[in-house]
Write a protein that binds this ligand. Structure first.
Ligand code: NAP
Length: 328
């Protein structure tokens, strides 16, 4: 298969668009590992990139897809051999280097991890960059003092990919998880993942003062913007917020008061990690940070339906992890 169908993001004049195109393998970017892609997924960033909503893509044209799982076809890295099951994500993948929306990928070895024993390719992509980020959030929050005995943990954007895995991980670690979702109809799904309470984000405090009633010991924030402003004002003493995303906005407002009077910790989470961190976390994702409900979280869709499901993600209609299955 020297030629294949890819879903590629292009820029013509100032307009960004994405479509299925025929490509030659010779057009792939350089890298040490060639992968036969079996699954990719749709992350919020992929949806924004394909819809041209935000300047996500840094090199045009670019095959989209910031994560993929598959089997090594050929390797020029000592870390991998033909036939190894692998997961590829982060750094330039699907952003400045051709990504996962094609049956073939060629990538630098540092962007690749062996799928740990005990996880299938489908389970690995269901975790994907979203689940990896959720696990990283749990790790950094616990390193900053998060403990089940200290209070409730709020997870917003709860029906989304990062949030779904975060709820699963936190609940199995004994936390009382409060899931905030705009989708009341997903209440049953979120409780199955382990949420103890499901609330409407409209019921959350809109801060009028720097410090409002303390409600949360921990928070996983996929939204940013006004949602993050509200969280900062309502954290309890020594509470920890993992700032993951910006689905609502990039700007937030606060004063120093929550930080100096309550010791609130606002911790940034970035999945672009070095190889040793990636290997450590993927090992944990197959052992003590292994999500229990991957089969419930995965929404598997065929490659041919990619544009339709990108539209669902960009318009907030998707839930869990939208997994894309390659033909054959
Ligand atoms: N830091 C990192 O390295 C990293 C890695 C992966 C992802 N991210 C970021 O994390 C965020 C979540 O990613 P994801 O892949 O989990 O996305 P996702 O699956 O699309 O989930 C985002 C969720 O946020 C809520 N939402 C979406 N648009 C909203 C809006 N305009 N206002 C309020 N709520 C909105 C929706 O939840 P409800 O309908 O349930 O409320 C949606 O399901 C994104 O900003 C993404 O870029 C960062």
């Amino acid at each position: 298969m020297d030629r294949f169908t890819a879903y590629r993001v292009e820029k013509n004049d100032k307009a960004v668009s994405a479509s299925f195109v025929e490509m030659d393998e010779a057009a792939l970017d350089a890298g040490e590992v060639d992968v036969d892609v079996r699954y990719a997924s749709i992350n919020f960033k992929d949806a924004l990139a394909a819809a041209g909503r935000m300047p996500v893509i840094r090199r045009f044209p670019c095959i989209g897809g910031i994560d993929a799982a598959g089997v090594v076809r050929a390797s020029r890295s000592a870390r991998f051999a033909a036939g190894d099951p692998v997961i590829v994500h982060s750094h330039g993948f699907g952003v400045s280097h051709h990504g996962g929306y094609a049956p073939r990928a060629r990538v630098p070895a540092d962007w690749v991890n062996a799928v740990p024993k005990g996880l299938s390719l489908l389970q690995a992509i269901t975790i994907g960059v979203a689940g990896y980020t959720a696990a990283l959030a749990v790790e950094v929050m616990e390193a900053n003092g998060l403990a089940p005995s200290k209070g409730k943990v709020l997870v917003n954007g709860a029906s989304g990919g990062v949030a779904s895995v975060a709820i699963d991980l936190l609940a199995q670690r004994g936390f009382h998880v409060v899931a905030a979702t705009r989708k009341a109809q997903e209440s049953g799904y979120l409780r199955e993942l382990g949420a103890a309470e499901v609330i409407d984000p409209a019921s959350l405090t809109v801060p009028k003062r720097p410090l409002e009633s303390a409600l949360w010991h921990g928070a996983v924030d996929s939204l940013g913007g006004a949602a993050l402003s509200g969280l900062i004002a309502t954290m309890s003493k020594d509470g920890v917020i993992a700032s993951i995303g910006n689905a609502m906005g990039v700007e937030f407002s606060t004063t120093v008061m929550p930080f100096i009077l309550r010791g609130v910790r606002l911790v940034g989470v970035n999945s672009d990690n070095d190889v040793d961190v990636r290997e450590h976390l993927w090992r944990r994702l197959a052992s003590d940070l292994r999500p229990r409900h991957l089969d419930r979280i995965a929404q598997v869709r065929p490659f041919a339906e990619l544009p339709r499901w990108i539209d669902a993600v960009v318009n907030g209609r998707a839930k869990g992890r939208t997994v894309i299955e390659m033909p054959g």
